[in-house]
Ligand binder design. Structure first.
Ligand SMILES: [Fe+2]
Length: 189
């Protein structure tokens, strides 16, 4: 098998992701996000992706970070069901290893009451290697990962570095809190 220029392939994808947004008139919607996610699928299937992500992490980096807080590429591991949460950015994902249900939400309230939110589940998709998903720009950057036994690994591209403070929702009680991923991402911990 010929050696893949991984750095070059990642940079080409990031360039194409910008081009796709432009082709869609700058709109971040199902059409543009689906195109970016499908373009990213090939990288998500790389067998050495974990190795590359580990090496980047050891350098204190993501797989790729555009300067000035632009597009960010990372390999994420979901060992357990996450809380329903925001990122402060839009993003696309493509499965690398493992399987899960992926739930995407939007807000139905106008955001005027701090701590209160009504969410609508707009999509629940089965994610397995070869499948993709995405979430919208804030305030609709809301989703939840529900991995099967063994967890799931996903390649994720976000429009900017993830916010350190996120919103964590209680869907049934129409409430949310502001907190950090370390404190709230995995409710069972
Ligand atoms: Fe997330």
């Amino acid at each position: 098998m010929p050696e893949v220029d991984t750095d070059g392939a990642i940079k080409a994808f990031i360039t194409d992701a910008h081009a796709i947004v432009e082709q869609h008139g700058g709109n971040i919607n199902d059409a543009s996000l689906a195109d970016i996610a499908h373009r990213m699928k090939e990288i998500a299937m790389w067998k050495n992706l974990e190795e590359l992500a580990d090496a980047a992490r050891a350098r204190g980096e993501r797989l790729y970070s555009e300067p000035e807080g632009g597009f960010q590429l990372m390999l994420a591991h979901f060992p357990a069901t996450t809380a329903v949460h925001t990122h402060g950015a839009w993003g696309v994902m493509a499965a690398h290893k493992g399987t899960e249900w992926y739930r995407q939400y939007v807000r139905e309230d106008d955001g005027s009451k701090e701590g209160e939110a009504r969410l609508k589940l707009v999509k629940e998709v089965r994610i397995e290697p070869g499948h993709v998903g995405w979430w919208y720009a804030p305030p609709n950057d809301i989703h939840q990962q529900v991995p099967d036994e063994g967890g799931a690994w996903e390649l994720i591209m976000m429009s900017e570095p993830p916010a350190s403070e996120r919103l964590y929702f209680d869907v049934d009680h129409h409430t949310y809190v502001r907190d950090t991923p370390a404190a709230r991402h995995y409710p069972a911990r």
